[in-house]
Every structure is written in C-alpha cells, then in structure tokens.
Design a protein around this ligand. Structure first.
Ligand code: M6R
Length: 598
C-alpha cells in the first residue's frame, strides 16, 4: 500500500540506491513511482505513471539529476488515478519542499481548502500534497526546516509514514503514525523505508520507529525524537535474513519461488518448537498463553488460516471463532473471556489492526501471529508468535499461509488440554518432506493446461479442507483474473450447483476415508452427474480418485497437516493457469501486498 524510501550518505550512488530500493518495495504498490534528490542546492524531482521501469527509463541519460540526499515512492492509488501528477513526491508552490507519503490523511480536504484560500496552488488529486504546502507556509512564517516539518505533521489526522526534503538542507525529515517505517543503519549512510528489503543489501541493522516519533537523517548520522521533541534512543535490531532472500533465485516469479520455499519456511517455523524425540511442542512466545476462548481476526488468505486454526482449537475443546477483521472491528461480537488472535503476514493490515485495537480497547488479551518482525501488530499486541516464513514478496500469499497453518497447529498443541497428540506432532515433523514430495511430483501444470478455457473454477472441501477450498479460489482469482469460488462441499447443492456445467472444473480436496471424506466423494458424484470435470486433490485413501477426471496426489498423513499439503497442489494449479494466460503474477492488477487502509 505504497512504499517509501530515503537515504543519506550514499554520495553518487544516491539515485541508484533509491531506484533499486523502490524495485524491492514494488510489492506494496506499482501504479506510479518517483524520486526527489536534494542536498545543499535545489531539489530535482522526477515521477512517472506506471511501474518502476517507466521511472528508470525516464531517468536514462539525465546526468544532471543528482544529489546527496534523496527520497522515493512507489504508489498504490487511493486519492486520484495513477498519473504523473498524482505520483509522489509532491511539491510546494516553489518546488523547495518534496514529500513522499504512505497512508491516508483524513483531514486533507479541510487543509487543502485552507491552503488554497491562502493562495497555494495544487497540482494533484492526492491527500499528500497538502503536506509540502503546510511546510512551505511554516517556512514562510520563519520556522526552521525541522520546526516547519514538525508543525506540519502536527496538523495531520490519519495514518502516515512521511519523508521530506527541503532545498538547501542535507537532511531527510521523517515522521510516523500508523504506517510502517524502519531506519537502516550502516557505516556512513542511513536509510529509511516502509520495509527492510528496500535497503537490506546495505545493512542488517534496523530501527523500527514507533507511532508519534520523528527522525532526521543527515551526514552527521540519525536522531529520533518523540512527539514533544525529546531525543529517544530506540533499540537497534538485527535482521535475521539475507538480501538474497528478497531475489527470485532463478525462478520466473517470486510466487513460484515462494511456493518452492515452503519446506524451508516450515522447517524454520518448527525449529526449536517441536521436540523430535519426546513428541512435545514448546513455543517460548506462548509461555503465558492459556485462553478460555479464542477469537481469531484476519483478512484474505490470513482469514482462511484463521478459519483453519479455529477448527483445530475447537476440535481440541477450546471454543474458537474466526472473524473477518473488518467486520470484527465494526460490529464486535461479545468477547467476554476471549483472547483475540490477530493473524497477519505483514502485521500491518489496517483492518486487522483495527480489530486487535478494538479488542484491546475492550480489555481483551491479544496475540499477534505474524511473519513480520517489528510490525505494528507485533508491537501492539500483548504477545507475538512469529511464523518465521522469511520475506514474502509475491502479492499472492503462499508460504506464509502454510506458515500460519503450521503455527496455528503448534499453538493448538500448546494450549490444548490434552497432552500433545503424538500423531499430529510427528505429522508436523514430516510436513516439509511431504510438501517437497508434492513439489517434486505434481502434475498441476498439466491440469492447468487442460482447463485453460474454463468458464469458472470451483473449489470444494469439508472441515479443515473448507478453508483450503476458499484459499484455492482466492489464489486463482488474484493471479489469473478468472472467476473462481470456494465452497463448503456440503453447501454446493444448496444453490451454487446451478453454476456447474461441463466447462466449470471442480477441484475437490478429499483426505482420508472417514465420514467427511465419504460425504465429499458424494458431492463429487453430484457434480460429475452434471458433467462437470472433477480434479481430486487426495491422498488416495478414499474413492475420490475413481470419480475424478484428474488426481493431484498428496502423501498420506494426519488430516491436520494434509490440508496444508493439499493447498500446495492448488497453489501450483493457480500459478500455472496464470502463467499460461500471461498474467503479471507477482503484481496482479489493483492489488497490493500490504493493505494499510481500511
Ligand atoms: O498481511 P496480511 O496477512 O494481514 O494480509 C491480509 C490479506 O490482505 C492478504 O492475505 C491478501 O488476501 C493476499 N493478497 C492473499 O494472497
């Protein structure tokens, strides 16, 4: 949801550093991009509608475009369409103040009216443009650049991570409220960005800014201050992953790389938490976690993980419900005694943060299950359980869904009244290998080829495989732009069956040969009787394969982990469908990885 970057101390490399950093932040938004360079002289600004490549091309041969400090932005439009004018950085009337912003300024219209009334001219539709004009007004009234920046920020309501250059000053001014912002600390250079990949190759030392904090980066170093202007000394943390983790490592797309990274990601999630010999589970972060009941709140793929987690907890006797975070925040259900668990890859999803904040407001204990160290959710919730999937760059969540499912299995084992289920623990240990077996032997690409001309794709499953059906459909929609729906298998005959034809393949996940599996096989027969092609994702224990046109096999394992493994087959079907249709898989239209607006 927009990415910002800035750097000081890179000399001649300033521009290249910004553009490279923006390419690492493109997952946050990619409809326009821009940079501003400054220092002791004036400002140079260039911005273009389109992906970073358009900006790169526009910068080609512009040797006059240089400066010792700089800021940059990649946009996901909220106010106004993706045009050159609406791209950031935004400037004041004289072109002496440049600002990049991630977030939403809620009172921008009132500020804009006030500034326009005082003679300021606006060139864009954005909320952001009020900021350089506010700073300009403060400078005109005699304030220093720091004081002008601070005063302007004090006028804003809403969410923001903002970076600003003022002509003639070799500094980047920074402020944060409700939008992520991290500093990168290196020898002789300092960086700021919405996320660490933007500068990871230059440093692994980071400072996560808190809401209400300001920073100034200059050739003399960096200083963080609080809302009152007092200097604070935030901890410097060390990032545990490498710069290469944010590259494609030879894969055509980040999504395919991340699908293939799942065995490694899950090993990391399980490491030190599952006792190989004793068959027990210990999660240090969950030491004090002993809920009476649990409300899981999340959005998108994370909501599907939450649904899956709620089923695990209920099965082990802990009352649990999964809620869409946006609904939970606006119409919270009675939650006496409930611990609220926010499930979020990024830890920055505004809807999910609103839900965990509402829970805290009502006095509930909160736990964040997230992938992102130092994220807002991790810092705001009482406890944090990291899924340790490593950086996920593709907009479509893949390895982090598996990580969330695995983490929620561990959580269930920890809080379950029963002693850890040895069968589940051993299945968790086998999980990376089971996924590797699917990756090595999947025929998903051939299945994708067969149904490339389908009118729509349907996904069904029961119990733990219901969230898998929803996730299968979401993945297909997001990256292939084809119509896809996921249903609880039992629900099909209550209406959606009317949509089923010989040109709507139905992907059914069937695990084991228990009553649930047999009922799902019954649903397969129902769609088959309507001539719909069936693809069974199955471990071969039931009759599903007999009635299916294609089978995508998974190893036999515990049904809890089977749902994680089965989903990998569906990820591959969506990936290959989208690839064959020539879709921009890592950057689907209209989407952004981290949705920081409600
Ligand atoms: O960062 P989060 O897990 O909170 O994000 C929630 C959703 O926005 C996210 O899962 C989205 O649905 C993905 N694009 C799914 O692939």
């Amino acid at each position: 949801m927009c990415g910002i970057i800035g750097c000081v101390g890179r000399g001649e490399e300033t521009l290249g550093t910004l553009v490279h950093g923006l390419s690492k932040l493109e997952y946050r938004g990619y409809d326009s991009a821009g940079v501003a360079l400054g220092g002791t002289g004036g400002l140079g600004v260039l911005k273009r509608a389109g992906e970073i490549e358009a900006l790169r091309a526009a910068l080609e041969g512009r040797s006059e475009f240089s400066g010792s400090v700089g800021i940059g932005h990649t946009r996901w439009s909220t106010h106004g369409p993706p045009t050159d004018e609406n791209a950031h950085p935004h400037l004041d009337c004289e072109g002496r103040v440049a600002v990049v912003h991630n977030g939403i300024i809620e009172n921008y219209q009132a500020l804009r009216d006030e500034l326009a009334g005082a003679g300021h001219a606006f060139e864009s539709d954005t909320d952001t443009e009020v900021v350089p004009h506010l700073i300009e007004a403060e400078l005109a009234a005699g304030s220093s650049p720091e004081a002008a920046f601070r005063a302007a920020i004090g006028r804003l309501e809403g969410s923001f991570a903002i970076a600003c250059l003022v002509a003639g000053r070799e500094s980047v001014f920074v402020a944060r409220n409700d939008s992520p912002l991290v500093l990168g600390i290196a020898e002789g250079a300092t960086y700021l960005a919405s996320d660490v990949p933007a500068f990871r190759e230059f440093t692994d030392r980071v400072v996560y800014l808190e809401d209400g904090q300001f920073a100034e980066l200059s050739p003399d170093g960096w200083v963080v201050t609080d809302a009152a202007g007092a200097v604070v000394e935030p901890p410097i943390e060390t990032v545990s992953w490498d710069a290469e983790d944010t590259g494609k490592s030879g894969y055509d797309h980040f999504m395919l790389k991340e699908i293939h990274e799942q065995p490694r990601a899950l090993r990391q999630c399980l490491r030190g938490r599952v006792d190989e010999l004793g068959g027990s589970v210990t999660v240090e972060e969950l030491g004090a976690f002993d809920p009476e009941r649990v409300h899981l709140v999340a959005a998108g793929t994370s909501y599907h993980a939450a649904l899956y987690g709620a089923q695990l907890l209920c099965a082990d006797g802990i009352p649990a419900e999964a809620h869409y975070a946006h609904e939970y925040a606006s119409s919270p259900p009675p939650a006496a005694g409930a611990t609220v668990v926010g499930v979020s890859q990024s830890g920055e999803t505004a809807d999910t943060l609103a839900a965990t904040r509402e829970a805290r407001r009502r006095g509930a204990a909160t736990l964040a299950v997230t992938n992102t160290v130092g994220s807002t959710m991790a810092r705001e919730c009482d406890e944090t359980f990291y899924i340790r999937s490593g950086p996920e760059i593709g907009v479509a969540a893949t390895k982090t869904f598996a990580g969330q499912q695995t983490a929620l299995n561990l959580l269930t084992q920890v809080v379950s009244e029963a002693t850890p289920d040895r069968d589940v623990v051993s299945a968790l240990r086998d999980l990376p290998g089971d996924i590797q077996a699917v990756l090595d032997g999947s025929s998903a690409e051939a299945v994708a080829e067969t149904y490339l001309d389908a009118d729509a794709y349907f996904f069904i499953g029961r119990g733990l495989n219901y969230p898998v059906a929803l996730e299968g459909a979401l993945k297909m929609k997001e990256i292939s732009y084809e119509h896809a729906e996921g249903f609880a298998a039992g629900e099909l005959k209550h209406g959606p069956l009317a949509l089923v034809t010989e040109n709507t393949p139905v992907f059914a996940t069937v695990v084991g040969d228990d009553e649930l599996a047999r009922k799902t096989v019954g649903n397969i027969k129902e769609v088959e009787a309507r001539n719909a092609p069936v693809v069974a994702v199955t471990d071969g224990e039931s009759d599903a394969g007999r009635y299916a046109d294609h089978t995508l096999e998974i190893p036999r394992t515990n049904r809890r982990t089977a749902a994680i493994v089965a989903n990998v087959q569906l990820q591959l079907v969506s990936y290959h469908t989208a690839a064959k249709l020539g879709r921009p898989i890592d950057k689907p239209r209209n989407l952004a990885k981290s949705v920081t607006v409600e």
